[in-house]
Design a binder for this molecule. Sequence first.
Ligand code: FAD
Length: 442
Amino acid sequence: TLALVLFTQDLRLHDNPVLHAAATGADQVLPVFVLDPAVKRAGFAAPNRLAFLGDCLADLDDSLRAVGSRLVVRQGPLVSTVAHLLAESGADSVHLAGGVSGFARRREGALRDRFGRRLTVHQASVTALPPGAVTPAGRDHYAVFTPYLRAWLDHGHRPVLPAPRALRTPDGVSGIAVPRVQPTSPLLPTGGESTGRKLWRGWDVDQYEEVHDDLAADATSRLSPYLHFGCLSATEVVDTALRRGTPGAQAFVRQLGWRDFHHQVLAARPRAARTDYRPRADHWHQDGQEAEAWRAGRTGFPVVDAAMRQLAQEGWMHNRARLIAASFFAKSLYHDWRIGAAHFLSLLVDGDVANNQLNWQWMAGTGNDTRPNRVLNPLIQADRFDPSGNYVRRWVPELREITGAAVHRPWKLAQPPAAYPAPIIPPEDYAARLRAGRGLDE
Ligand code: FAD
């Protein structure tokens, strides 16, 4: 028997339930990745993620070859491409990791319509726990994080699976070379399971609790793109951290709980990717110039601009910076969160429908935040999370000559740097001017 393994967001050999089930149930496996033009049409194909994906596929092919197999990459509409491959290879089953986005659901539906019982969708591959594994009594998902996290930790996760030592793949089915795409961001990380595992092993989780919000320390794991593409298994990362058990490891596991939380919300409410989870009555402010200043990192608020320029340069942003930049856009400028979220998705190498859209909703106050009026004042945030000013100086070269925390308020200098813009909204008396109304300023 021959099983076709359709890789999607699980580009790894370690702890891969899809590959494991296929290899256990059949004599041979055919590992396949399909570059489907529908992904581009749906607007998900940002150059940064395509470049990272290219690394992931090349690395997956290397790892598969090391155990006697290889990756067959094909380009074309998913269902007909898989149908061709089944006919060509004689494979009798298709294995796939279940996704939570509307796109992933439609993809699964189309595959099921065509291949019926020959298709197996494995749910425990993308998140640490399958999206529907824990639910409150009488409801299909948890809307609030803390009770979800409690239930999620109590539930426990499946055992971590070993990487296969040997696989058998038939000769004669060929694919295309892995296409290479030029990224938008010059400092994009390298993709792939090998790089992801090295990064993970070399990172010190124990200091996470103290330093994860320190912008200049840049001491978070940076595992998000590897988790997004499934180069690393969320289950395995959670399992390892729980065994470590230090306060740092526990704080880190909590963040992975957030990842699963947003995935279970999106699985239950696919429309939450675009539609307000809890609608606001207000109308968003529209101003193309303000939105463009925000995108370009030229708002005149140094910590916001540093965040936006980090995004442009690295295709990644520190979580605290994402919170500040998103709050500024949705709460201070009071622009529609969907416009900000779309800009993030056009650049983020970890850009993810569940995590991006639902974090934006949370910050915009349209999502499941229990304090929807929370407003992050960029000046208070800068003083708290970049007290040295080093994060701003790293990303905003026009301000590099300003020493210390004065860098957060260049308008107060006798001679503000000429190359740096003046604030696009009045910076002082900030809370009183919030367009979002009576916000809780923090
Ligand atoms: P660490 O701090 O080391 O955390 C470990 C892992 O936990 C991360 O890799 C990530 O998988 C998960 N995680 C951490 N924080 C969150 C969170 N708030 N929500 C969900 N998962 C979390 N994350 C994405 O993966 N893709 C996105 O598109 C994305 N968009 C975001 C947009 C906004 C407006 C905000 C506020 C947050 C967004 N996040 C997103 C969540 C978070 O900012 C990133 O996961 C994190 O910064 C990645 O860096 P890290 O791997 O060093 O995280």
